[in-house]
Design a protein. Structure first.
Length: 221
């Protein structure tokens, strides 16, 4: 049971999932504050935040391979499919038999080896804002960090009314702007870092990719 909990915890964080550089400690501290602390943004920063918002709203579909890392679990690999609004599928490479699916309403975790499924409302996922029909980096999402490093931009985000629920750090390549990686941080400070590669943006993704998993019927003796 402990193993099951560990794997489920890892997957719920990672899927909503692009590997960021080391997180600055001030960002982690802000993620655990009682209230969301808005980053002090210059006018140039605000222009770039609006540019990122426009870019995210322009993402209709994403298909990519990923590399996921946590300190406790090490590396995992797989594929992610995303179709806005509300659809996402994460498949982990063998020997893992775990699938994570967002069908527009629910986020479903399914382990076929254990024939176990758990579901939570999609808005409880740390990456819920990315799957919405309209991405807004303001209001119910607070920008807690904004930083430029060489040809990349990092932006930290929390849910405004529940900053202790977890945080997300997105990293984009710039010129051209492109989502590269993200880190999800849970309330205990556990970091799940996911890096995209061989990414394809746009294109068609079949509906059955986002069908809710179902448990296998057990044969009765």
């Amino acid at each position: 049971m402990k193993l099951l909990h560990s794997r489920r915890h890892l997957l719920q964080l990672g899927a909503a999932s692009a590997l960021a550089a080391a997180l600055p400690m001030p960002f982690i501290a802000r993620a655990h504050a009682d209230t969301a602390q808005q980053a002090a943004l210059s006018e140039a920063d605000k222009i770039d935040v609006a540019r990122i918002e426009g870019y995210l709203n322009g993402l209709s579909t994403v298909k990519a391979s990923f590399q996921q890392y946590t300190e406790s679990e090490g590396l995992a690999f797989g594929r992610i499919y995303l179709r806005r609004p509300g659809r996402m599928r994460v498949e982990y490479d063998p020997p893992s038999e775990i699938i994570l699916v967002a069908d527009g309403l629910l986020l479903s975790y399914y382990d076929s080896e254990l024939n176990h499924i758990e579901q939570v409302p999609l808005n409880l996922s740390p990456m819920w804002f990315l799957l919405r029909e309209q991405v807004e980096l303001g209001g119910d999402v607070t920008v807690t960090q904004f930083k430029r490093v060489a040809d990349s931009i990092m932006i930290g985000l929390v849910q405004s009314d529940e900053p202790d629920a977890g945080s997300v750090l997105l990293e984009f390549g710039d010129k051209p702007l492109e989502l590269r990686q993200w880190t999800v941080i849970d309330p205990a400070g556990t970091q799940v870092r996911v890096g995209l590669y061989d990414a394809q943006f746009g294109g068609q993704l079949a509906n059955d990719l986002f069908a809710t998993p179902t448990k296998k019927t057990q044969d009765r003796k």
